[in-house]
Design a binder for this molecule. Structure first.
Ligand code: EPU
Length: 339
């Protein structure tokens, strides 16, 4: 027995919104054996299990009458490499940004655009994390997950994960798959993605003419730090809504009425709109009601000024959704998982 199970624990330190709800039971899994022990305990006591990573994509709206299992397994290893590339395996509990930095320090490129994203390695595939022109799927090799329905481990390759924009198979089968470890395909020669205008601009401002992956990482850290609140200072879960995909007709209609519309045409003919822009235009930027608010520098980010409850934040999100829909005819989908 290596698993410590604690009763009646505040989850405030375990979700980046800093929402203060309580878990009936709480444990940290440092190994596969811990995971199996926790699931067996829960089955025996007829308890639900809520698996969390960094709690950075989670809105807790009530006390959790379940066993909360925080994935805390650590370990990074190169499983295969040649002169050009390496397949690197990381345990689910590895904190994401330190892992990115570790890869950069080893001269491996591919993760630099995903610098400073909160959360853990194991949570990254759930919503196919992405930033500045790169998504997890672009560097993904495979993962090992536990099927909680059968108790068996399964390997997933890229195709099996069905990754989409902030989307994966795992998101569509909530509670079924528990990611144990993830493998990444990284490159020794730098393969930079500088498609994002603000990144190129930042490098130029810094006088960097021949950027390395480390330069790109630093530029992205600087951009993120300016726009996105640090959860250690101001509770938040990053973007609260996904950027909506709409028909070209609807995008054109909105664009006629609002010439500043930020829109990205997609290969399939649909258009992705900047949800932050829509929310700002609707007048919500910097809005605050009690301790729940809309970040003043990025309207896509909801913030907890201290004592907001998950309900307060959810109510605010719903008000924004209703208003944006009434003004633009656009439905905003929430990004974080709700409990
Ligand atoms: N914008 C506004 N007002 C705002 C916010 C944004 O006008 O209040 C405009 C910006 O000026 C820009 C456009 O909207 O023209 C896009 O803004 P930004 O570059 O900040 O990116 P985003 O679309 O709001 C997405 C991701 C972020 C990711 C950034 C950079 C989603 C839901 N969010 O945000 O991911 O870091 O692009 O790639 O796709 C996250 O998922 O938690 C997250 C932070």
């Amino acid at each position: 027995m290596s698993l410590d199970i604690h009763a009646d624990i505040s989850l405030k330190p375990f979700n980046t919104f800093g929402v203060d709800v309580r878990a009936r039971l709480f444990a940290e899994a440092h190994s596969d054996a811990d995971v199996h022990e926790a699931l067996a305990y829960a089955a025996e006591h007829r308890l639900e299990v809520l698996v969390i990573g960094g709690g950075s994509n989670l809105l807790l709206t009530r006390n959790v009458d379940a066993l909360v299992l925080r994935m805390a397994s650590r370990g990074v290893r190169i499983v295969r490499e040649d002169c050009d590339m390496a397949i690197v395996e990381a345990e689910a509990g590895e904190p994401w940004h330190p892992f990115v930095q570790d890869m950069l320090a080893r001269g491996l490129s591919g993760l630099e655009n995903l610098s400073l994203i909160p959360g853990t390695v194991g949570a990254a595939p759930m919503q196919n994390i992405g930033a500045y022109g790169v998504e997890l799927k672009d560097v993904f090799h495979s993962l090992t997950a536990l099927d909680r329905e059968t108790g068996e481990q399964r390997e997933f390759d890229l195709a099996a994960c069905a990754f989409g924009y902030r989307d994966s198979l795992f998101k569509h089968q909530p509670g079924r798959w528990l990611v144990l470890r993830v493998r990444f395909r990284l490159s020794y020669p730098a393969r930079l993605n500088l498609d994002y205008g603000p990144v190129r601009q930042r490098l130029q401002e810094q006088g960097v003419t021949e950027p390395t992956p480390m330069h790109v990482s630093r530029a992205i850290c600087a951009i993120r730090s300016e726009k996105l609140p640090d959860p250690a200072v101001l509770g938040n879960a990053g973007s609260f809504f996904k950027n909506p995909l709409v028909s070209a007709e609807l995008a054109a209609r909105i664009g006629e009425a609002h010439p500043g519309l930020v829109a990205y045409p997609q290969a399939d003919g649909q258009v992705k709109l900047a949800a932050g822009w829509l929310i700002e235009q609707a007048g919500w930027r910097g809005y605050r009601d009690g301790d729940a608010g809309v970040h003043a520098l990025q309207s896509l980010v909801l913030v907890n000024y201290g004592r907001a409850t998950g309900r307060d934040l959810l109510n605010l999100a719903e008000r924004i959704q209703t208003d944006v829909h009434a003004r633009f005819g656009v439905t905003l989908e929430m990004e974080p998982n709700l409990y």
